[in-house]
Structure formats: structure tokens, C-alpha cells
Write a protein that binds this ligand. Structure first.
Ligand code: SF4
Ligand code: SF4
Length: 381
């Protein structure tokens, strides 16, 4: 767990921030890129300030105190700063912030809202304090006990945005894909993002065993956060799931390409803008697959000016922000909705249940409807 030892990443990049301030704005556009700094205004709410805070705390030049909690935790871990920064540590800024959070939890304890979902994950294996019901899906949807593909439903799809889960099951059935659902537990993403790392290895080990038990060779998830955690964070923790890990957009492209899914082009939906989830786009570099799928659907695709792909404005929900800083999370999402309105979109589509949830919460009276891509695909197949 070397890299997961609190403080290891800070140690590695202790002196590389040159305080140029480039991480605050979109490079050469000079529009805001950091939702945290843009809202709170102070230096300590930008990546630069957080790195220097980490440096001061790690070298004991400053002492831990509770006034540091908001600068440390009011960050969506969106990674926009990594795109703008041009210094050698650029790809490690979010890791560094997450590492600072792990140190903060060790020294000051977790903040209440994060501690609450940690307790729920420990007791119910999901952050929403819901009775676990994954395996009931096997009975309800008449799925096989074993299959080549396992649908990793993810807690937000399963317990809050279940229209996304149901659309995924519906599309996979229409395409006659052999799949099932395992006895999954939370992937651990909410814990990793909020510095609460102690439960993650046991969740990962359980998931590896559950996936093995259903005999899957491929895993597909609707959630960008699960996708990043299962394929990138588990690897860093040296936990192998032993399956190919796909975001559902990867499988959708395959199913559209081999003719397993046919699109009804007679059902146009109007103008659609695409919101890149931070965990699929900036964190995993996947920008094109969702756009290639959208280009095959009966919509007119509209762009949100310079806020596309690596420069996408964050939905505001990630990194524990929605749980701990609800008003700021909605304010950030409202800025994204406004970008969609300005682009002339009727629909804002994303590929992450967490983004869909926050954007929908912020979309009231905007005239823009928010959907996940899998929901749109379900409607036209
Ligand atoms: S994090 Fe990067 S862009 Fe931001 S001040 Fe430091 S060196 Fe400059
Ligand atoms: S991860 Fe996002 S919110 Fe956090 S400092 Fe970087 S740009 Fe700002």
C-alpha cells in the first residue's frame, strides 16, 4: 500500500509547485477552471494553495488545526488544475490533495458528512445507508447465476439514480448480452476521495471475490467513479479483479458496431450537449467514445464553447463536495447548466450517475433536461 500511506505523495512532490497561478484559469482562455477557487476566492482554495498547505503541514512549519479543514475538503477533485498546470507534478495534483486529506483525517479526524457515509459503507456496504439489494436484481430480472459479463451497478445507480441502472439492464437485455450482477459492495471511491482509506482494501477484496464467483471475464459499470476506482485505484493498491474493466460506453460502442443494437432514427430528441464526467474524462482520458455514440443517435450535438473535454466545467458533486458542501455543489452545477443553456441545448447528457444527480438537482426551471447516455440509448433502441 506504499502510495496509500498518508503523506507519501506529498513527500514525492514537496517542492515542485512554483506558485505561478496557472492552475486557476483555463490556459490562454483566462476563464475560471477551478470550481473551488472560483467560489471561495482565497488562495488556499486553489490547487496552488492546497499544495503549499500540504508542504507546510508535512514539514511541520505549520501545525494542524481545524481551520484547515475547509480548504482541504472543499475541492471536488475534478482535476481541472492538472490540465492547466505545466509543472512536473501536474499529473499528481489530485493524488496530492487526496493524500493531504488522508493526513487530515489522521490528524484531525474526518468531517462529519464524510464520517457519516463511511459508517454507512462499513455497516451496509453503500454510502446511502440503504439495505443492500444487489443480488435481488438477479431474481427480479431473471439473470443467470454465472455469466461472462458482470454489471457492476454502483451505489448511486443502485440506490439513488436507479433509472440509470434499469436503463443499463434494459439495453443489455435488448442486445442479448449474457450478463449478471454480483454481490458487489461500494467500490470505495467516496472513501478514497475523502481521505478515509482504511476500509477500501477489504471492499476491494470482497468485490474481487464476488466477481470471481460469477465467473465473469468482463466487468461493465455505468459509473465514472466506479470505473476509475476499479481500474486505476485498485491497481495502485495491487488488487487485481482478473477481468477486463469497461465503462458502459465502451460496451455500447461495441454493441452498436456489431449490430446487436439498432437505433430508431425516427425519434429525434432535439439539441444535446455532453457533460464530460471528471472521472471518465480528465482522470481516465475517455472523451471520444461517448461522443462517437452520441453521433449515432438522432440528436443534434451542440458544444459548450471552450468548456469541453479536458476543459469541461465540473458538475460540482465529486470529492465528497455534495455531501459536505451541498449549496456550493449546486452552485457549481448551475454554472454547468448555464453553459448548456447558452449552447442552445434542450438536453444535457452525461455518463456518470453522480453527475446526472447533481446536474438535475441544479437544472430546475432552466429548460434543460438532464439524462445519462444509457437512458437516451434505451429510448431509441
Ligand atoms: S500547481 Fe502548477 S499551475 Fe498551480 S501554482 Fe503550482 S506550479 Fe503553478
Ligand atoms: S481538483 Fe478541481 S476543485 Fe480541486 S483544486 Fe483542482 S481544479 Fe480546483
Amino acid at each position: 500500500m506504499g502510495d496509500f500511506e498518508p503523506g507519501a505523495k506529498i513527500e514525492e512532490w514537496l517542492h515542485s509547485c512554483i506558485r505561478c497561478g496557472t492552475c486557476k484559469y483555463q490556459f490562454l482562455e483566462y476563464s475560471p477552471s477551478c470550481p473551488s477557487g472560483d467560489h471561495f476566492g482565497f488562495e488556499s482554495y486553489y490547487a496552488s494553495g492546497r499544495i503549499w498547505l500540504a508542504r507546510g503541514l508535512k514539514t511541520s512549519q505549520i501545525e494542524w488545526d481545524e481551520s484547515q479543514l475547509n480548504p482541504i475538503f472543499a475541492c471536488t477533485t475534478c482535476g481541472a488544475c492538472e490540465v492547466q498546470c505545466h509543472a512536473p507534478h501536474k499529473e499528481h495534483i489530485v493524488e496530492l490533495i487526496e493524500d493531504l486529506r488522508a493526513l487530515a483525517v489522521k490528524n484531525l479526524g474526518a468531517i462529519d458528512a464524510h464520517e457519516k457515509f463511511r459508517k454507512s459503507i462499513e455497516e451496509k456496504f453503500n454510502p446511502y445507508n440503504e439495505a443492500p439489494h444487489n443480488r435481488e436484481l438477479v431474481r427480479i430480472h431473471d439473470l443467470p447465476e454465472r455469466a461472462d459479463i458482470v454489471l457492476f451497478v454502483g451505489c448511486t445507480s443502485n440506490y439513488r439514480e436507479n433509472q440509470i441502472r434499469d436503463a443499463a439492464i434494459s439495453v443489455l437485455k435488448k442486445a442479448e448480452v449474457g450478463f449478471t450482477v454480483a454481490d458487489e459492495r461500494c467500490c470505495g471511491s467516496p472513501l478514497l476521495r475523502t481521505g478515509q482509506r482504511d476500509l477500501v482494501a477489504s471492499l476491494a477484496e470482497h468485490n474481487a471475490k464476488a466477481i470471481h464467483e460469477v465467473g465473469a471475464k468482463r466487468l461493465v459499470t455505468t459509473c465514472a467513479g466506479c470505473y476509475k476506482t476499479l481500474s486505476s485505484d485498485y491497481k495502485k493498491m495491487k488488487i487485481e479483479l482478473g477481468v477486463e474493466i469497461l465503462h458502459i460506453t465502451h460496451l455500447l460502442e461495441e454493441l452498436l458496431g456489431n449490430g446487436s443494437l439498432a437505433i430508431d432514427m425516427a425519434r429525434p430528441f432535439g439539441k444535446v450537449a455532453y457533460h464530460d464526467p471528471c472521472h471518465l474524462g480528465r482522470h481516465m482520458g475517455e472523451y471520444e467514445t461517448p461522443r462517437r455514440i452520441l453521433s449515432q443517435l438522432p440528436f443534434t450535438y451542440v458544444k459548450m464553447k471552450d468548456k469541453e473535454k479536458e476543459n469541461a466545467w465540473c458538475c460540482g458533486a465529486g470529492g465528497g463536495a455534495k455531501a459536505a458542501y451541498g449549496e456550493w455543489a449546486i452552485e457549481t452545477a448551475k454554472k454547468r447548466i448555464l453553459q448548456a443553456v447558452t449552447a442552445g441545448a434542450d438536453i444535457l447528457v452525461s455518463t456518470c450517475p453522480f453527475c446526472s444527480r447533481n446536474l438535475r438537482d441544479a437544472s430546475e426551471s432552466s429548460g434543460v433536461q438532464v439524462f445519462d447516455l444509457i437512458e437516451l440509448v434505451d429510448r431509441v433502441t
